[in-house]
Structures are given as C-alpha cells and as structure tokens.
Design a protein around this ligand. Structure first.
Ligand code: 1HN
Length: 362
C-alpha cells in the first residue's frame, strides 16, 4: 500500500477543516445511495467488551399480577388469542424484548377458558407461577401444570392451553421471538378448531422419556419428535434433585447450587435457542460476582434476598422477575433459602461460539 499522503490530504489546521468539510460533503452525497463510512462507527460496532442496550430491571409480582387480572376482566383468552402482559426491557422500548434476543410475558388463563390452538417457528417455555391443574396441550398430549413446573412448546408444535380447574392460572412465557425476527424466519398458523384433539394420554411422554429412559424400540405410539421428545419438567422432580445436591455439597462460590434442564435426545439445552436452569442458595449465602454473555431472566421460586447487578440493588421476593443483560455482573444474597429459575440465550450463543463467562473475585 502507498503510505504517502494523497494529493488532497490536508496538512495544517486549515487543512484539517478542509478534510472535515470534504468528508461531510462526501457523506451527504453518499447517504441517498445507502452508503456510509465505517470509520465513523467502527468502535461502536466492534466493542472490546459487550455493551448491551438492555437494562437490569425487576418486576415485582404483585403489581404485575394486579394488571394482568384487570386485563382478565376486560378481554377473554379466546379474543386475545393469548392474554399476556409483555415484560419489555426499559432499555429496548418498542421491541417487545426483555433482552435483545428473547421475549418474556405473563400469561393468564381463567377457569373454563381456552387459548386457541396454533403453531409457530418461535420456541416457547412456560414456567408456572400461580394456579394448579390447567394444561398446555402439545401435539395432541396434555401437560397438566402445577406451580413452578417447566413446560416447553418447541418450534412448530401445535399448542393450546385450557383451564379446567376452578382457579386462575398465571405463568411466565419465555420465547425466542426477537431471535426469529432477527433471522426473518417467522411462520405461524392457526388450527381451524379452537382446541386440538387429545390423541395421546396426558403425561405419556414424561413416562417414556422423563426419567432417563426411552422406548427400547420406536413404535407408532411414540408420537413425539425424535429431537424434542420431552416437554414437561415437573417442579416436584427438579426441586428434589436441587435440594439433594444442596445437601450433598458446598455451593459453587459464583453460582450457588445450579442445575440445567436438558433435552434427553442430545443432553444439550432444552431448546435450540433457549437454555433453562435452577439455582439454590443456602440461607445467609452470598455469591461472588459473575458475568456472562447470555442475557438472563430469573424468577424467584422461594425465599427472599438481594440481587446486585453491577452493584445496583434489587430486593427479591417470591415470584418476582429479574432481567440481567449480557456481561452485567450479578451477585446474589440469600436472606433465607433462595431458589431461582432462569432462562437465557446461552443455547444459541454456544452454538455460535460466542458464549463466555467471567467469574470475578469480588
Ligand atoms: C404464544 O404462542 C404464546 O402459546 C404465548 O401461549 C405468548 C407471544 C408471542 C408469540 C406467540 C402461547 C406468545 C406466543
């Protein structure tokens, strides 16, 4: 490359003005042709460390629940298709996103209601916060939902919800809507009838695939897709495992006791874009700070405590919801036994070779 300045390269102070003025004129001429100078934005595009536009934020459960029940008086699940309040990150206004790649919402289904059957290319998880006995049906099989159960509706599987119990049910929806939007890959369709027919007995896939077993020989009775056989992870089971782990060993200094939900088909995260986990902190335990590149959503299942995100305090109480953006250091303090559920975009980031974590000494 020729390193000598070209003929128009300015030298003195007036020359600098000339360069700035000429560049400005060039930008103005290029702009209508959709051409822009990289050198003006390079440092903002390729940052030395992550700079998520998302903000750490806490939604206290009681007020969010109040608004959701008010919506329940005003619009039916059938009319709304899904009666959901979006948890939108205050740093991502207008995006319906909780972190740039993920969506979160609180869904209400009242006794006797049906949320009509549809399928879409977005993956979804439900984490039950309140109520007992409503169901999600996935490709012809019902999962009867209890508090703090995790239920999946993987990509392109038919799903509807119903509530034959006598009480409202509220759950957290976690979807990869912004990721699918980013790739321009959203497809969706409605079933002509509101609910799909039940072709498989409730709980069937949990018995076939839920206990580290699988059918010895595939038969016509195995109706689940080979890559996504399990879609119900009951609270009673994950709680027992987490508490047994807590009784058996000291907590990890940065995580507490932590377990990840896995897809039994491949031992990987529950869905291609979303990973899910549970954590336990003994009473009085404080973690060291840790940051990771996955944007994470947490729900308090049990206990009280404090989350410090980059030193900012968020008091935690049961069923509260907290978002921790990429690369913001999280420290957790447990007042009494603290149990959290969380989901994040770690699954997608690991596939792309992007995921990192840093365990800090403070
Ligand atoms: C959806 O299908 C559900 O099935 C909930 O309950 C929330 C948000 C956006 C797109 C699809 C559900 C959703 C959704």
């Amino acid at each position: 490359m020729d390193s000598t300045p070209n003929k128009t390269s300015p030298t003195g102070p007036s020359g600098a003005n000339t360069q700035q003025a000429q560049l400005k004129a060039l930008y103005a001429e290029m702009q209508p042709h959709s051409l822009y100078p990289l050198w003006e934005v390079l440092h903002a595009l390729v940052t030395p460390t992550p700079r998520s536009p998302a903000q750490a934020h806490l939604w206290a459960y009681a007020p969010a629940r109040g608004y959701l029940l008010r919506a329940g008086d005003l619009i039916s699940a059938e009319q709304a298709e899904r009666r959901v309040l979006i948890l939108e990150n205050p740093g991502l206004a207008g995006s319906s996103a909780i972190v740039p790649s993920l969506y979160a919402g609180l869904q209400l289904i009242l006794p006797g209601e049906v949320a009509p059957c549809h399928r879409h290319t977005q993956c979804a998880l439900r984490f039950v916060l309140e109520g007992d006995g409503a169901f999600t049906a996935v490709d012809g099989e019902k999962a009867v939902m209890r508090p703090f159960d995790l239920v999946l509706t993987p990509n392109w599987q038919w799903h509807d919800h119903g509530n034959a119990s006598g009480r409202p049910m509220i759950w957290l929806d976690g979807l990869d809507i912004p990721t699918v939007r980013f790739y321009g890959a959203s497809f969706a369709e409605r079933l002509p009838q509101p609910a799909q027919s039940e072709t498989i007995p409730a709980g069937d896939s949990l018995h076939r695939y839920g206990r580290n077993l699988r059918p010895f020989r595939a038969t016509a009775a195995d109706r689940r897709p080979a890559q996504q056989p399990l879609f119900h992870y009951p609270y009673a089971e994950w709680r027992e495992s987490l508490l047994a782990l807590a009784a058996a060993e000291a907590p990890d200094p940065h995580l507490g006791h932590a377990l990840e939900f896995v897809n039994p088909a491949d031992g990987g995260p529950v869905m291609p874009t979303i990973a899910a986990q549970v954590r336990h902190l003994p009473a009085g335990f404080t973690t060291l700070a840790r940051r990771s590149t996955d944007g994470s959503v947490f729900v308090v299942v049990e206990g009280r405590g404090m989350a410090l995100v980059e030193g900012r305090e968020f008091a935690l109480a049961e069923r509260d919801l907290l978002v921790v953006p990429s690369w913001q250091a999280l420290q957790l303090q447990a007042e009494n036994r603290l149990i959290l559920f969380g989901y994040s975009d770690k699954a997608a980031q690991e596939k792309l070779g992007l995921w990192r974590e840093e365990r800090l000494a403070r």
